[in-house]
Design a protein around this ligand. Structure first.
Ligand SMILES: [Cu+2]
Length: 65
């Protein structure tokens, strides 16, 4: 499992948007968000490039890191 920091999430709506965005990346599954910690966790079939994560999180309206 991989865990990344995400900035800008404040409520369940944000969590859902991040979960949806990350789940759409090929090879990523079981995405969960911990709002209090500002983190998302997921399983990867193969390591996903950080730039791919960053792009997808930005499209959802948030920032990686
Ligand atoms: Cu929100």
């Amino acid at each position: 499992m991989r865990t990344v920091k995400i900035r800008g999430m404040s409520c369940e709506h944000c969590a859902k948007a991040v979960i949806k965005g990350l789940s759409e990346i090929e090879g990523i599954s079981n995405v969960t968000v911990d709002l209090a910690r500002g983190e998302a966790s997921f399983e990867e079939a193969e390591p996903v490039e950080e730039s791919v994560l960053r792009d997808r999180i930005q499209k959802a309206g948030y920032e990686l890191g």
